[in-house]
Write a protein of this length. Structure first.
Length: 437
């Protein structure tokens, strides 16, 4: 008779959860800075989404990290720690890049040098992606098996806090941008040295050891051959197109219409506490046996937000005067709250499902593959929509944003009707079906 799974319990885990939160916060600060720079790029190139699409290429390393995840999983110094062998150098390098960027950022804005900005943030994202591989794998062994679902909560909360810090403080201009970047470069180096010296990593068990790099890539290939993984990858790669006009393009359209980017940032800051609390509120569902139920319940409401966002932007038109009306503020506020709720709910649900099905023996590679396909689904859809909007405008003489709002909503409804049964089947499969033999 199979042993009954233990219920989740945080007793004795608070220190580990605090460390995971810290590591995910650090990871997300450069991403928040990327979000700020992305809005500045849109400000420099009004009435166009194409340059924004170019800068978005900097985020692609998160969608390509599967290429070097087996290297991170299999090549390490046991005395240093399997995950620390990669996490510590990656975070020290992030700190160094931030210190160099601090002296150059203002000049890059003045020269409108999007190419150099893209290259620098591409490097930052590469380093953050490497740190993410190591931390995702460490989370699977740092927490007890019955608490694996809380890793997704730490991921969601930590990334929300870190992104908010990296995005909001530069936007609020409470300190000079150069000083802010220099400060966080220093923080990265100091905190990484502290984790290196003060946190011991458990020895790699014999069952979790990988014979070498070739074996790691072979195991990744074996993961790719699993039928459940192939079906899940299909879902992850195709689900996001529905949401891009509302999630990625709407803020730029509002900027073009005259809505101050500082006001957009302030609204985002106001709802951040909700985004931080939401993963904890959802943990009773996502840490259980059926985390994908949250995705199924959230998908159509989130698709409807794409249509509502397009209709709202059309109704607002061009904003006259120095500031929007209270009605416009209220509409943007309501749509931002709704978008934050459903997007965070789906993110936490996916991360919890990944943690549930991943094989700890190749935890970094397995989790990274699933995260990679998840990110690829977001990135190709974002790049496609941002470039397509300008093409529609130039080739067809129509507003690409509104066309995409309608087309992506229709796509989302069709996608849900086709894929909902598959998601239910995937969730009902036993964990053994997801393991590499």
């Amino acid at each position: 008779m199979a042993e009954k799974p233990k219920p989740p319990s945080l007793q004795g885990e608070y220190g580990n959860i605090s460390l995971l939160l810290l590591l995910y916060i650090l990871q997300a600060v450069p991403m928040g800075l990327f979000g700020f720079v992305n809005m500045e790029v849109k400000e420099l190139f009004k009435n166009s989404f194409s340059e924004q699409g170019t800068f978005m290429l900097a985020a692609w390393p998160f969608s390509l990290k599967l290429l070097w995840a087996p290297l991170v999983d299999s090549v390490y110094m046991e005395r240093f720690g399997r995950r620390k062998s990669w996490m510590v150098p990656a975070q020290l390098a992030i700190g160094a890049v931030l210190l160099v960027l601090a002296d150059r950022i203002d000049g890059l804005f003045e020269s409108r040098d999007v190419t150099t900005l893209t290259l620098i943030f591409f490097l930052l994202y590469f380093l953050c992606a490497t740190q993410d591989i190591a931390v995702d794998g460490w989370a699977l062994t740092m927490l007890r098996p019955e608490n694996a679902g809380y890793a997704s909560t730490c991921n969601a909360v930590g990334q929300t806090v870190g992104f908010t810090i990296g995005f909001m403080i530069p936007m609020a201009k409470v300190v000079a941008l150069q000083d802010f970047i220099y400060f966080w470069g220093t923080v990265f180096i100091a905190t990484t040295l502290a984790v290196w010296l003060l946190k011991r990593e458990a020895a790699t068990s014999e069952d979790d050891q990988i014979e070498g790099l070739g074996e790691a890539y072979n195991q990744m290939y074996q993961v790719l051959r699993l039928r459940p993984v192939q079906l899940l990858a299909l879902h992850l790669a195709t689900r996001s197109l529905t949401f891009i006009p509302a999630d990625v393009m709407a803020s730029g359209r509002l900027q073009d219409a005259g809505f101050p980017k500082e006001s957009l940032a302030n609204i985002k800051l106001f709802i951040t506490p909700l985004e931080i609390c939401l993963p904890w509120l959802l943990s009773r569902f996502t840490a259980g046996p059926r985390p994908l139920d949250v995705v199924i319940l959230s998908y159509l409401p989130r698709a409807a937000l794409t249509l509502l966002t397009g209709l709202f932007a059309y109704a607002v038109g061009t904003i006259p005067g120095p500031s929007p009306s209270q009605g416009v503020y209220a509409g943007v506020f309501a749509l931002t709250i709704l978008q934050g709720i459903v997007s965070n709910a789906m993110f936490v649900s996916h991360m919890a499902f990944f943690a549930k099905i991943s094989d700890p023996a190749i935890g970094g590679t397995y989790m990274t593959f699933l995260n990679t396909v998840h990110n690829i689904g977001n990135m190709w859809a974002s790049t496609f929509c941002l470039k397509a909007a300008d093409w529609i405008k130039e080739s067809l003489g129509m507003d690409g944003f509104y066309v995409l709002c309608g087309a992506c909503t229709v796509y989302g409804v069709a996608w849900f009707l086709l894929c909902q049964p598959m998601l239910k089947r995937l969730q009902d499969m036993p964990v053994s079906d997801w393991r590499v033999a």
